[in-house]
Structure formats: C-alpha cells, structure tokens
Design a protein around this ligand. Structure first.
Ligand SMILES: [Zn+2]
Length: 308
C-alpha cells in the first residue's frame, strides 16, 4: 500500500518548542540551514526514488524561492504550512484566512504551480478551532493534514477520527490526520516527530505496517529538514524538556529515513488522494457538531486490489 510522506519545511529555530525563547523579530538574524537540510532530504528521496509532499512556510518560500523550484523539479508536491508557524488556535478566523492567503501566494509565486494542500503548524487545528476547516474549504483547499487525533502536552484533538474524513458538510475537502498507533488503550502519535526520532525504528515500522494491514489505511508521516541536521546551533536557554526532544538522535535520522523509504511505498499526498480507492472518505453528517460521530461510524472500507 502506498503511504504519504510529508516534509514540514521550516528552519531549526521555527519549531513550536522554541516559540517562547526565540522571538520572531530575530529570525532573519539567525543562521539559515533550511536549504542545505532540505537538499539533504531531497537527496534521500531521490536515492529511494520516492515522492513526497513538502509543506512549506510562506516565510521560507519568500526567502528561498529556488528551494521551492528544486522541490518541484524533483517531482514532489509543494503545499502550505502557513506563513510563520503561528498555531491556528492562537488566530481568529480572519487572521487565519489572511495567513493562508499570504503563505499560498508566496509559495505559488516561487513555484509557479497551484497549492491545494495545507498543514497547520504543530497540528493546531483542534476542538478550539471549529471554524478552521470551513475557512480552508472556502479558500479552495483540496485537503488538509492538520489534525493529531491524540492527547499530547503541546497539541491534539483526541475526539477526531484517526483516518481521513471530510470535515465540512457539502465540501469535498479531505482532512488526513497524522498517523497514530493504538497501544495499551492509548492513542499515540506514530506519524513522525518524537515517536519516529526518539524510539527505535522497529517501533515505527510496526506501527505503519499495522495501519496498512489491520486498518487498511495509508500512513501519513512527517519529518522536518532540521531533524537530519546534527550540526544545527543549540538553543541553550530553551527548557530542558524541549532541548531533549529537539536534539536527541539527530545523527541517526538519515539512516532511519533511508530504512523507512526502503521498507514502505511513499507518494505525494495529492497523488494518494487522487488514486487510492482506500480513501473511501467518510462524510461528516450535515449539520452535526464537532463530534464527528458520523465519520467514525462510517469507518474505512477496504478496496479491492489494494492489499500489499
Ligand atoms: Zn512545523
């Protein structure tokens, strides 16, 4: 089964964990490593002949338009990660719409192709933002991959469906939540981040294989260019917990990614959506509230010829 690999293109200093200790006003003074790191990811993908979706910050596209063009030239999808990594639940609907438009214009100007996918910074579409999916649908997005259906200290929407669903009544727009694993009655984020980087690779391999074989769904994974960069500057004044999460096992990541690319089939999110019959995406019951009960009851339906 094909899975979707996504790369959230941002600088080492733009992560949610450092938001409170690195002021946005200082961003332009810090060492930029996003081009070199993204090129390293592009090389790994080329080596494996795999395609991916790159969710790019408008801020990055504005400063590195040539990187956007290299991503496209290598056959990958370009999509939006918002302008400057502000979490959706900190915005109003109007500010969110303005952020979406600003980022999309910058990414489309750099790449010269249309952007139809969006990923919220730090999976920040949750129970606090019932207006976010409708705004994305109104702005003409084909899909969003902005929900983590888990409980986590920084993010999460535990009531959301674990697999693809249509969050807006009357709209074809699909939400593809990040992949989770069910372990001992708990739902864990198994689609990247600390789960992939901090735990042994075999745990991720097990989680993805289980989603493919048991749930009969593609996995939605994400990595960051800074995660394969052991040489990045250290943020000494960040909380210990954030530093442990951010800096552990950076050196092992390239090797882990190589194994991941070899062990499973990967594609762009837009290609997966267009051609995977397993995406018999449940519809949200028109007029229903944020409970998503209708979506969950409908469940995934395995498609013929899709097993692997
Ligand atoms: Zn991000």
């Amino acid at each position: 089964m094909r899975n979707a690999l996504s790369i959230d293109v941002e600088e080492w200093f733009q992560v949610g964990a450092f938001e409170r200790c690195i002021d946005r006003a200082r961003w332009d003074d810090l060492e930029s490593r996003v081009e070199a790191n993204s090129d390293a990811v592009l090389a790994l993908l080329a080596e494996a002949d795999a395609r991916a979706t790159f969710f790019i910050l408008g801020w990055v596209a504005e400063r590195h338009p040539a990187l956007v063009r290299r991503i496209l030239a290598a056959g990958h999808e370009i999509a939006s990660h918002g302008y400057d990594h502000r979490r959706v639940f900190t915005m109003t609907p109007d500010i969110f719409r303005a952020d979406l438009r600003r980022a999309r214009a910058l990414i489309e100007d750099a790449g010269g192709v249309a952007v139809t996918g969006y990923r919220a910074p730090s999976f920040s579409i949750d129970a606090r933002t019932p207006w976010a999916h409708p705004v994305l649908a109104e702005e003409g997005y084909a899909y969003s991959s902005s929900v983590a259906p888990i409980r986590h200290d920084h993010y999460g929407w535990p009531e959301a469906p674990r697999f693809a669903f249509r969050p807006v009544a009357g709209s074809e727009m699909v939400e593809l939540p990040v992949t989770t694993a069910r372990l001992g009655g708990r739902t864990l984020p198994a689609g990247g981040g600390g789960f992939f980087r901090l735990l042994p690779y075999a745990v991720s391999r097990w989680a993805i294989a289980r989603v493919n074989r048991v749930d009969r769904q593609p996995a939605i994974l994400y990595v960051h260019p800074w995660e394969i960069d052991p040489g990045q500057p250290r943020v000494a004044h960040a909380p210990l917990r954030s530093r442990l999460r951010h800096y552990t096992h950076l050196r092992a990541m390239a090797g882990k990614l190589r194994r991941l690319l070899a062990d499973f089939e990967w594609d762009r999110v837009d290609a997966l959506l267009a051609s995977t019959p397993a995406f018999d995406v449940p519809r949200r019951r028109p007029g229903s509230s944020a409970s998503y009960e209708g979506a969950r009851e409908a469940g995934p339906r395995p498609a013929p010829g899709n097993g692997r």
